[in-house]
Every structure is written in structure tokens, then in C-alpha cells.
Design a protein around this ligand. Sequence first.
Ligand code: SF4
Ligand code: MG
Length: 334
Amino acid sequence: AEPILKVENLKKYFPLKRGLLASLRGEPQRFVHAVDGVSFEIYKQQVFALVGESGCGKSTTGRLIVKLLEPTDGKIYLEGEDVTEIKTKEELLAYRRRVQMIFQDPFASLNPRFRIFDVLEEPLLIHGIGETRAEREELIYKALEMVKIIPPEDYVSRFPHMLSGGQRQRVAIARALILNPTFIVADEPVSMLDVSIRAEILELMKSLKDKMGVTYLYITHDLSTARYFADWIAVMYLGRIVEMGPAEKVIDNPLHPYTRALLAAVPEPKPERRNVIKELPIKGEVPSAVNIPPGCRFHPRCIYAKKGLCDVEQPKLIEYEHNHFAECHLVGKF
Ligand code: SF4
Ligand code: MG
């Protein structure tokens, strides 16, 4: 089968603001290497998780896919079609109907002056779906029922602030799904919600995936929800994917020292597995994406780093086992 979404050597560099003195001195323009050569494929009805600490480039990758940002370099294909070639307003509008985004903060992403009805009618009006108000109302009620905002007539006249955080995120999900998209980028959709309702929102997203045949990119800093929700996991560090594979492989047999360190921070519910992943410290802080370390960009923090190799040579993302990739010189040697 062909992938729904294919990303090839994607890069996004943001120019750093340069002071007047620096410009006068003719100092070179410096860049934040937010996304620095990322490639992956996502297949129909998969949940593909992009996991990493803040600043690793996962949100930027999501924004590049929905075209809120333009890449510095690289390609994005949706169902074989080159998305980076989309230039006109009409093409972009048609693309947005197929690729929707769910944001982290449902309060910030819903217009506080819009009633729930208007929140959901807006995309229909923008995309010219439903000729009459009655037709649109039917679609809006259906979308609310789908996300279990029931009965819809009790909610359509309310404003976002009159709903709970979980209900607001359900409305945001309804707004994304009402256009019947092919692909959804969900950027930390549950991280601002109460821990007790995270699972039910992810469960809802999962059931809607099967019902509507939608495919997700799930962006998260949280390996434990990725393990629960995703089929595939890609771990990002400083703008690159350092490990990628089926969720159970990445979680049960992490190949990269960074993935192991992230997992060591996740509480292990199964006691028999508690000793498998030993405490693995990471040294220091995430370096800035302006001054990327040479060689393996994880080497200043890696307890296995080998002098003369890891600090010199950039490792490549290699398939070590079927479908299981890692970007590390010493896989299997520690
Ligand atoms: Fe650590 Fe070297 Fe592997 Fe980088 S390449 S993760 S520094 S062992
Ligand atoms: Mg983010």
C-alpha cells in the first residue's frame, strides 16, 4: 500500500534575530535548526506518534504538514501529491479540508466570542459545505453527537468558557472532523487536560479513526500516552528522528540511548519489567538548536558517547531490525 503521508528530508530553519551591532560587524546570519532532515511514512488509519521534549521540532513538523509553515527544504506528500507545490489560495483551501489540526489548548483554539454552533459552522462556511442553515445544523448536530457532546441542542448556544476542558477539546475534535478530513495532526491534544480524562479523549479519537477512516499524527512529550494510543513511534531529538518503529518495538526494545532515558522516566506499571530498563541518566540540558553539537547531536548528554567517533561523525538513521530504525553508532554495543 502507498503511504497516506510521506515526509522526505524535511527541514525548517528559522533565522535568528540579529542585533544592529552584529549586522554592522558583518556577522553571519544564524539559524535555529528546528527540523533538520526528517523522513517518515504514515499509512492509512495509523496513529503515528512523534515524541520528544519541548524544542525538539515535533510541533514545527506538525505545522509544516498542515502548511501553517513552509519548509526550508524537503518534501511532503499527501496521497502521493506534492504538498510543497501548493501555491494558490484555492489549492491551500482544498488541502486544509483534507488535513486538519487539533491544538493543545482547546480554550485558546476556540474563539471565546463564538457559540459552539458558530465554532462548528465556521469551517462549513469557509469550505462551502451545506447550502442552507438547516443542512449545516444537521452536520453540526451529527458532529457533536460523534464526540459525545449529547444532546447537541443543550450545547450549541453555549460559549466555550461554559464547557469543561474535556468538552472543549471534544468540540475542537468535532470541528476538525466535520470536514471529513483524510489526515489529522493532533499536537499534544490531551496534555492540558486533567489526567483523569486524558484516556477517554484518546479513546474517543481512536474510535473516530476507525469510524471515519482518518489517520493521525500524534505529537506528544509523553511516551506513556504514545505507547497506549499509537501504532508507530518516532522519537525526535534536536530536529532529527533518532529512533522509529512499531510502538511495541520502540517501547519494549528501545535501541537509542535517548529513548532509553525517556523510558526510564516513565513509571513502569508491570513489576516484572521494572528491572529491564534501568535508570539511565541524561547529562545536562538540551543544547540550543542554534549551536547543534557536531557528530551525534546527542553526544554531549550520552553516557555511552565514544570520543573520536560520536563527537565527530553524524550517525545515520539505519534499519537495525525489520521496521525498527535508530540513529546511533553504537546500537547493540552497550
Ligand atoms: Fe550516544 Fe554515540 Fe549513539 Fe550518539 S551515536 S547516541 S553519542 S552512543
Ligand atoms: Mg510543542
